[in-house]
Design a protein around this ligand. Structure first.
Ligand SMILES: [Zn+2]
Length: 588
């Protein structure tokens, strides 16, 4: 694999910012502006991050205010913005008096203002619902509009709306809200909602919602069949940068009872009391009259083959599921939604070595919980899939030897190709840093006898979903993803730095914890150990996995460390120590 490594380092050397800097020191002073990313930026925030660099040793001012220039040439800060256009000028002055200048604009948009009192109008903004809605009996339709304050507002057929008080809206007047609880007798099929506003003289203006609302019947359940690769259920309609909090990854072909729709997601009834959401493009709706998902559970079989143990449970239907794990005793719990026990046989063929016990409880009507107890304290991976209507739980056994020698480890260098990742003030790209650290890690792990599979060995683009598709069939023992962290555009880059490790499932916390404990010794401040993280490579249950956010490339001190190859090698070295500590703990 050295053949691949060497050209890479040649490339990194040629294009590394350090090389560019040393070349440019001899030239005229320069200014490299990294954040803001454009010459003209529009924001509603009162502050905006500045991340830039110049020749080391230059003095820098931004609109006359001095900025500290780090040894790398980086200078960063948080710019205060006034409402409207902010013209900014960076001036860099070299020791010999030569100057470089760079100007850019940031426009801060004013906050939304109340509709003028001398009008009678309904505005387009802040109108809810903002996406098509499907509701059923008992659901509450919430509507909102922004209009002239102090008037009489109604929606649908004269339902009253009330004006929210200024204290609830940050001083904004004329925000009207209405609610309606859907009744069994309501029929509304794909209708637009009409809003009306009336003044004291009886003058009326009206506006139609841009989205459609349907009331769907409880009596004729809608059924959807899940499609695509690694479909998932969301716990709710919440969102963040990486998507909503996921309840579970499920299999394609799973059938779901659909009870509503909002924000581009179908609402799914899991049990009488539990619901979830799924993006509408992951579901094929079935013709009316399709049976809702339900199954009696049949016999169960426990058996082992080569590297894995299995539990097979026969069902009449592909039901949705969600899993959790416990420690002490180590358990995998599988909630099967829509299942009622009729299992009278749990046959242990005595070939499983990791699975010690299998039992179930009928937690409530239509919620069947299967529990699989394991021999060792660490869960080494599990996956669920359907073979026809039989649910197969595949459980990975603990490696025979808890030693790096013989272990198979996937090392993932984050980003790559057109996906540059975060960019430091000196222009260094996260994708180059992650590949450099990952390559060190590969070398060090191989020295210890591990076999290492890299998700990329050069500057190529690949989606994380494709990486997962390639990783899973490898049946590797561990997955380590390397990234460098960065803050958003509204945070002070000097205030956030240090190392962090991330996991999603509690059973994989120990790996992330042991690695963090070691990497923090590498002259880094502690950011923390983050759980329940929504990063896609943390979403696999099939093997213990960790995301290592080595340091903040947005912080000039951390960035200088990351630019140093000695430091990158040291981080890799300490990740190896962390894995070793994890293995030692597993063997205790
Ligand atoms: Zn990243």
């Amino acid at each position: 694999m050295r053949k691949i490594v060497l050209p890479f380092f040649a490339t990194l050397l040629l294009f590394s910012p350090a090389f560019q800097l040393s070349a440019q020191i001899l030239d005229k002073p320069f200014i490299r502006l990294v954040v803001p990313e454009q010459d003209t930026t529009v924001t509603d925030a009162p502050r905006y991050r500045l991340s830039a660099s110049t020749n080391p040793g230059n003095k820098v001012t931004v609109n006359g205010a001095a900025f500290k220039v780090y040894e790398s040439g980086a200078f960063v800060g948080l710019l205060d913005l006034k409402e409207g256009q902010n013209s900014l000028l960076i001036v860099a002055v070299a020791p010999d008096g030569q100057k470089a200048m760079r100007s850019f604009q940031i426009t801060r948009t004013p906050p939304v203002a109340s509709t003028r009192a001398d009008t009678l109008m309904i505005e387009d903004i802040m109108m809810e619902p903002s996406t098509d809605l499907w509701l059923k009996e008992g659901d509450v339709l919430t509507v909102q509009m922004k209009a002239t304050p102090g008037k009489t507002a109604t929606f649908m057929n004269g339902l009253q709306m009330s004006e929210r008080r200024g204290v609830e809206t940050g001083g904004l007047l004329g925000v009207y809200r209405g609610i309606y609880r859907v009744k069994a007798t309501d029929t509304l099929a794909n209708q637009l909602i009409q809003f009306k506003l009336q003044d004291s003289s009886g003058r009326v203006v009206s506006k139609i919602s841009p989205v459609r609302v349907s009331f769907i019947s409880n009596k004729v359940p809608l059924v959807g069949v899940v499609k695509g690769d690694r479909p998932f259920l969301n716990a709710g309609l919440g969102k963040d940068r990486l998507g909503g909090a996921k309840l579970s990854f499920i299999d394609s072909g799973v059938r779901l009872a659909i009870t509503g729709k909002a924000e581009g997601q179908y609402r799914v009834a899991l049990t009488e009391n539990q619901e979830a959401w799924i993006p509408d493009d992951m579901v094929d709706l079935q013709p009316q009259g399709a049976y809702p998902p339900f199954s009696l559970t049949g016999s169960m079989r426990i058996y082992g083959e080569s590297k894995f143990d299995y539990v097979a449970i026969s069902l009449d239907d592909k039901l949705p599921f969600a899993t959790t794990t416990d420690s002490d005793p180590t358990r995998i719990n599988i909630d099967l939604f829509g299942a009622v026990s009729n299992t009278n046989w749990i046959t242990d063929e005595m070939t499983a070595t990791e699975i010690t016990n299998v039992y179930y409880t009928q937690v409530e009507k239509n919620l069947f919980r299967l529990t699989i107890e394991l021999r060792h304290k660490q869960v080494w991976g599990y996956g669920l899939s359907y073979r026809n209507n039989t649910l197969i739980v595949k459980v990975k056994r603990q490696p025979e030897k808890l030693d790096l020698d013989g272990l198979s480890i996937v090392v993932d260098a984050g980003h790559g190709g057109t996906n540059k990742g975060a960019i430091g003030a000196t222009g260094v790209m996260e994708k180059d840093l992650t590949l450099a650290i990952a390559t060190h890690l590969k070398t060090l792990l191989e020295k210890k006898g591990a076999s290492v599979i890299m998700t990329r060995t050069n500057d190529e683009s690949s989606f994380n979903s494709d990486r997962i598709r390639r990783i899973l069939p490898l049946n590797a023992d561990l997955l380590i993803s390397i990234h460098a962290n960065s803050i958003g555009f509204m945070t002070d880059p000097l205030s956030v730095k240090g190392v962090s490790t991330f996991y999603k499932y509690i059973c994989y916390k120990p790996l992330s914890h042991f690695i963090l404990d070691e990497v923090v010794k590498s002259d880094l401040t502690m950011f923390g150990n983050v759980g329940n993280f929504n990063f896609s490579l943390n979403s696999v249950t099939e093997l213990p996995n960790v995301l290592v956010e080595t340091a903040f490339v947005s912080n000039p001190e951390d960035e200088m460390k990351l630019l140093n190859d000695e430091f990158r090698r040291d981080i890799a070295d300490r990740i190896v120590d962390g894995v070793q500590a994890f293995l030692d703990w597993c063997g205790e």
